[in-house]
Design a binder for this molecule. Structure first.
Ligand SMILES: Cc1ncc(COP(=O)(O)O)c(C=O)c1O
Length: 362
């Protein structure tokens, strides 16, 4: 079976973990600080707080923005549920926004309409889906024009560039995930980045029982800390990120070349001014379910990211305005199919996936 994801853990990670084990200091310590500094410097943000997952990074961030009940945050309708759940966790309401048909990211024109219609929207939480940067120029302008926060869920976009600048460095704050399927992993883990020192301090307290010193609890907080074991893995993975992303891009470019021109198959958009890091290589086709079943039978793992738009999830159905429609995310949820693009894919495996997709369309 060719899996849709395969984490790449080498001797370096194993040795780094062993070193932490032998030090006897397993929880958050020196390695976490080192990983925070290295990651902040890679992305180009001043402050970083490592967390136990991308979800806890999102929750800590949203809970430290000073949101009040009734405040609303614009989120894409087509993303992993944690993006929207983090807004709920802070007592605010997610407002869903439709996506662009070709990038799968939040549509700036739809975002403008939402901001015009709803003065309770306090922020835009973008998702750089599949590793493709959002239209940042448009969103920076919109955030300024409407005086709202700009936040980035870059869980899928480590090292992706928009006009030469790393995503996760554009908004007031951003988050990343280091789940095993992501472009780099720490097992489980996440990171909040910000240029605002006060926000960084609040997040640091929030993820550590609200305690600046042991047993001195100033505000409500939790245990969302990363461990030194995870951070040690992350530090080694970070060194490999350029190679991992390079391999993903190489694999994607082979798909682009080999699969182009097949009627009924739409390949991912590649922007000249962006660096897509292909967390997923996602095609779209009306025969999605049939193609997925065919590839499964040929021992090729695929993924559907995501089969249900957020506004249709039972959790959100009754919170969504009935008059709103999300034609693009609805259509995408029926048509998207992610093919294996991970860096551990061999040449033979890639060629086999290409052959099987071509065979399906013959
Ligand atoms: C867009 C997005 N946001 C948030 C998350 C949550 O990250 P984690 O799985 O590390 O909690 C994910 C991970 O799947 C994601 O893809």
């Amino acid at each position: 079976m060719i899996p849709i994801a395969r984490p790449q853990i080498g001797e370096e990670e194993k040795m780094a973990v062993l070193e932490v084990m032998e030090s006897g200091m397993l929880a958050a310590g020196r390695k976490v600080r080192e990983f925070e500094e290295a990651f902040a410097s890679l992305i180009g943000m001043e402050y970083a707080v490592a967390t136990s997952s991308g979800t806890t990074a999102l929750m800590a961030l949203m809970n430290c923005l000073g949101l009040r009940p009734g405040d609303r945050i614009l989120v894409p309708d087509f993303t992993f549920v944690a993006t929207a759940n983090s807004v709920l966790s802070a007592g605010a309401e997610p407002v869903f926004c439709d996506i662009e048909a070709d990038s799968f990211n939040m549509c700036p024109d739809e975002a403008r309409k939402a901001l015009q219609a709803d003065p309770a929207i306090r922020g835009i939480l973008l998702v750089h889906l599949y590793g493709l940067p959002c239209a940042m120029d448009e969103f920076l302008d919109l955030a300024e024009e409407y005086g709202v926060l700009l936040l980035e869920d870059a869980a899928q976009a480590h090292g992706a560039l928009y006009r030469g600048r790393a995503v996760g460095s554009f908004g007031q704050a951003s988050i990343f995930s280091f789940y095993p399927t992501k472009n780099i992993t720490t097992g489980e883990g996440g990171m909040v980045l910000t240029k605002d020192p006060d926000l960084a301090e609040k997040v640091r307290l929030h993820i550590n029982h609200g305690a600046p010193r042991r047993y001195h609890h100033e505000v409500l907080g939790y245990n969302y800390r990363m461990t030194d074991i995870a951070a040690a893995i992350g530090l080694e993975q970070l060194k490999k990120l350029p190679d991992f992303n390079g391999k993903r891009q190489e694999n994607a470019s082979i798909y682009q070349e080999e699969l182009k021109g097949i009627p009924g198959l739409t390949l991912p958009r590649i922007d000249v001014d962006c660096e897509h890091v292909f967390h997923q290589y996602t095609i779209r086709t009306r025969e999605r379910d049939d193609l997925a079943a065919y590839l499964q039978a040929e021992k090729i793992g695929t993924g559907i990211h995501y089969p249900i738009p957020l506004h249709q999830q039972p959790l959100f159905r009754e919170r969504t305005n009935e008059n709103q429609s999300f034609p693009q995310s609805q259509k995408a949820s029926k048509e998207v199919l992610s093919l294996p693009v991970h860096p551990a894919l061999s040449e033979e495996e890639l060629a086999y996936v290409v052959d099987m997709v071509k065979k399906y369309y013959q």
